[in-house]
Design a protein around this ligand. Structure first.
Ligand code: ATR
Length: 276
């Protein structure tokens, strides 16, 4: 490889990834010389392709669906948050040639809600919808914000309960079904299900969100998601999609690789415009 440092995002599919655009904007803003591309990796070939990338001088990778577990296994060293998440979305080669694995998804979500939306999670009641890989990645950083409690609700209740058990040491957290939500109220509801993509919405009772509450969908798109449309019918203080989370997790990866923290606000604007 040439002198410019090379980075990439590995996924399947990866065609619609915004990461190359985000990292190009970060590089321009911070005056860094680097090359970042999206690469579709065939299923079952992650370790082989990543090994080649680093052997040829590649500096760092972002990892998206469905390879975050492969990346977790691939890393020689893991950050605490990657270990807790059981998944890696950022790999970086270190000076001694070993590979460091981190997970920046959760901190990306927390930064978007706390810094960009200006919404404080301390002592608030949080409901997380879904118990898959996306949710596992955010629970640690979420609990570190000191909420009064977190409830994970999932179509398959046992998955929510199991996931909650794994994070019990970090704070008050429980798992349940959607049926159990009937009379509860929350200050922050985060949609981490993949239901938005299929146009479905988990069944939610009305008045479940407090008046000064926040509804956050980890998904994003050109139009409001079904979850955001539901939240607009409630009297929420803020309703947001996950575009800010996407840019914030990328900024954290950029910081790990380059030691410089980019300004995310103009980049969120830039990517928002490219969606419409
Ligand atoms: P990801 O890595 O994106 O989280 P996943 O691990 O397949 O993907 O998890 C998808 C999540 O969305 C799960 O919590 C799933 O619920 P189940 O565990 O019951 O399968 C949830 N989900 C997907 N489609 C849904 C729907 N139509 N209604 C409610 N929940 C749905």
């Amino acid at each position: 490889m040439d002198k410019i440092d090379h980075y990439a995002v590995y996924g399947n599919p990866v065609k619609h990834s915004k990461s190359p655009q985000i990292h190009a904007a970060f590089a321009e803003q911070t005056g860094q010389q680097l090359h970042y591309r999206a690469h579709k990796v065939e299923l079952g070939r992650f370790a082989e392709v990543a090994t080649q990338f680093f052997e040829h001088g590649g500096k760092g990778l972002n990892i998206t669906v469905p390879f975050k577990l492969d990346a977790f296994e691939f890393a020689d060293q893991l950050s605490g948050r990657a270990r807790r998440a059981g998944a890696v979305n950022t790999l970086a080669i270190q000076e001694d040639g070993t590979i460091y694995g981190d997970n920046t998804d959760g901190v990306g979500l927390v930064r978007d809600i706390h810094d960009n939306l200006g919404w404080d999670m301390q002592d608030r009641r949080i409901l997380v919808l879904g118990a898959g890989g996306a949710v596992r990645g955010i629970l640690g950083p979420l609990l570190k914000q000191g909420p009064s409690h977190v409830l994970i609700a999932n179509r398959t209740e046992e998955k929510a309960q199991k996931l909650a058990q794994q994070f019990e040491k970090l704070g008050k957290i429980a798992g349940g079904s959607y049926a159990g939500l009937a009379s509860a109220q929350f200050d922050l509801i985060i949609n981490g299900t993949s239901a938005s993509m299929s146009g479905d919405l988990p069944p939610l009772p009305s008045h479940i969100l407090s008046n000064d509450g926040c509804a956050y969908d980890m998904m994003y798109g050109a139009a409001p998601t079904p979850f955001m449309r539901w939240a607009a019918g409630e009297t929420a203080w803020a309703v947001s999609d996950g575009l800010g989370m996407l840019v914030e997790q990328a900024a954290e990866s950029f910081c790990i690789w380059r030691g410089v923290r980019p300004d995310t606000k103009p980049v969120i604007e830039l990517i928002r415009q490219s969606l419409s």
